[in-house]
Design a protein around this ligand. Structure first.
Ligand SMILES: Nc1ncnc2c1ncn2[C@@H]1O[C@H](COP(=O)(O)OP(=O)(O)OP(=O)(O)O)[C@@H](O)[C@H]1O
Ligand SMILES: [Mg+2]
Length: 265
């Protein structure tokens, strides 16, 4: 489903600010894999997401999706088969458009021209039903401007929009980090529900260790542009925060006093 081969990315190469953001990354996801990604600030997690979405191109290496080499395919073309939700609740939706207009836009993302415009009765009913599944009463606010919604409501809507067209890959980059704990939990549960419903192949970056353990069937830990630990489905359910910290210490050879050093919360 997704294959990253020998991905390298250096920012500001050959200057004083040179930064190796990704260093020989190899990763393969099977259809339906749900991988949680952890690692300290600056480890390269968002850069990795940007490689997959096409927001950035690698200096070296290849990105394959569904067996197709998409390394040179621009972001707007990849968006037909990639769904993405960012940390910032303001990023995923258009504030001056209504809930219905936002949904219509997401819905037509991978449709041919001609099928794009207009919201007929059938589609409006589909939108309403989808919104009902969020349990936020948004189904009764189809004509409300999205800019008026709370951060949690916008993030729920972004998640719905990102998964509407059953993308080949779903990318979540700390999408619950800007929310208060109860809203974060709501979005976490919603994520689980939407991913499981369509068995979406998913990569989720999080600084919340418990979330990284609770969600998904695989886990990777990044550090200094490398994947330093991979835990696959047969081992993931045995993981604990203590075990993860011990692994990090073993690999880095550094003593950690608590998980903050690893997660930089
Ligand atoms: N456009 C850019 N220009 C220069 N350096 C960049 C750029 N984008 C990222 N970097 C650098 O590359 C490194 C990896 O950044 P990245 O954003 O991928 O980290 P991250 O793991 O997502 O961190 P965080 O947990 O803080 O979000 C960092 O040192 C960052 O400063
Ligand atoms: Mg990041």
């Amino acid at each position: 489903m997704l294959k990253l081969e020998q991905i390298n990315k250096i920012f500001n190469e050959a200057t004083l600010d040179e930064k190796i953001a990704l260093d020989q990354i190899n990763l393969e996801l099977k259809s339906g894999d749900f991988v949680t990604v952890i690692g300290s600030n600056g480890a390269g997690k968002s850069t990795l997401m940007n490689m997959i979405s096409g927001a950035l191109t690698p200096d070296l290496g290849n990105v394959l999706i569904d067996g197709k080499n998409v390394t040179k395919l621009p972001e707007f073309k990849r968006s037909q088969f990639i769904g993405r939700v960012f940390q910032d609740p303001m990023a995923g939706t258009a504030p001056n458009m209504t809930i219905e207009e936002n949904l219509a836009m997401a819905y037509s993302r991978n449709k041919k021209r001609g099928l794009r415009r207009g919201v007929d009765k059938k589609r409006r009913e589909y939108f309403r039903q989808s919104l009902e599944s969020l349990h936020l009463n948004l189904e009764n606010r189809l004509n409300a401007k999205v800019g008026l919604l709370s951060g949690g409501e916008r993030q729920a809507l972004s998640l719905l929009m990102a998964t509407f067209t059953k993308p080949s890959i779903l990318l979540l980059d700390e999408h619950t980090a800007a929310l208060d704990p109860s809203r974060a939990e709501l979005i976490t549960n919603l994520t689980k529900q939407l991913v499981e419903k369509d068995k979406l192949t998913t990569l989720m970056v999080t600084h919340n260790m418990q979330q990284a353990l609770d969600l998904g069937n695989r886990l990777i830990m990044m550090d200094k542009g490398q994947i330093i630990l991979e835990v696959d489905s047969d081992k993931k359910h045995e993981l604990t925060i203590d075990k993860l910290m011990a692994e990090f210490q073993r690999i880095r050879g550094e003593k950690l006093t608590d998980d903050k050093a690893l997660l930089s919360i």
